[in-house]
Design a protein around this ligand. Structure first.
Ligand code: HEM
Length: 251
């Protein structure tokens, strides 16, 4: 609330609300109403809730995507090396500034991130409420029913992904996300439709940039004390953390 008050005071002095998410929401919230009077469309509680949603939806999800990507690259050193070669080729060595153009060329890295989202996506279930009586797979579902879509299970369904569904095989994404499985929308890590993840492109960019920084500086493996126990605590995460052994590469 203190931050919001600061922004409102700055706006009164004609300095504007600021150009970040909070600033944009405060700006949009002060629109002209009937008779040219300023009316607030959202209450301050709504705005604070919206900020919390972004913090929650945007932070742990991407952090755990990176955690699981490090786990999979640590346990598949051949892919770790392939990605390092791609990163050095497209983005240059440590110290070379990162550009969006170079990040967009990281095809293998993108494939690994999608395979990570498939096997260890942060959101393991999506809830939806039916707006009308409907039928799903022969089951009648009355209006108002809350249904759970078990995305983590669906991501490992052999009928959809093939007999190797349980294995880490980023190559399945070589011809694009829509061609990786028997169904073009088989990957539901960011959900689909009008309420799908608003931050998915940002998350992928953030994850790629972080992997670049790590891969061009370090070689890593999973420490022997690691215990494989994925657990859902709002997002899917390793129950006992992910201890990693880092080796600084020759610069
Ligand atoms: C790897 C990272 C991420 C994953 C796996 C992920 C996954 C998802 C999923 C599955 C949903 C739909 C949830 C539902 O309908 O029940 C969702 C919604 C959302 N995500 Fe993400 N997300 C990620 C990163 C981000 C980031 C970085 C941001 C913001 C900067 C973000 C903001 C949101 C918001 C605001 C919604 C709600 C959209 C709406 O209801 O219209 N997410 N996310």
């Amino acid at each position: 609330m203190a931050i919001i008050r600061e922004r409102q005071a700055a706006a009164k002095e004609a300095k504007g609300y600021g150009n970040d998410l909070l600033g944009l929401m405060l700006e949009a919230n002060t629109s002209a109403g009937a008779g040219g009077q300023k009316v607030a469309a959202m209450s301050m509680d709504d705005i604070i809730d919206e900020c919390k949603t972004f913090f929650f939806a945007g932070h742990d999800t991407t952090a755990h995507l990176l955690t699981w990507a490090i786990f999979l690259l640590g346990t598949h050193p051949e892919w770790q090396q392939k990605l390092r070669e791609e990163v050095l080729r497209e983005c240059g060595g440590t110290g070379t500034p990162l550009h969006g153009d170079a990040l967009n060329k990281l095809k293998l890295t993108t494939m690994v991130l999608y395979e990570t989202l498939r096997l260890y996506g942060a959101v393991i279930m999506i809830a939806r409420q039916t707006m009308a009586d409907t039928e799903l797979g022969g089951v009648k579902i009355p209006k108002g029913t809350i249904t759970m879509i078990p995305t983590a299970m669906m991501h490992r369904d052999e009928e959809v992904w093939g007999a190797d569904a349980g294995e880490f095989k980023p190559d399945r994404f070589r011809n694009g996300v829509g061609r990786a499985a028997k169904h073009p929308s088989a990957i539901l890590a960011f959900a689909i439709g009008p309420r799908s993840c608003i931050g998915q492109d940002f998350a992928m960019l953030e994850a790629k940039a972080t992997l670049v920084v790590i891969l061009r500086r370090f070689e890593f493996e999973i420490a022997p004390e690691y215990v494989h126990a994925p657990v859902e605590f709002l997002t899917l995460q390793p129950k006992c953390g992910l201890p990693v052994l880092l080796k600084l590469l020759d610069q």
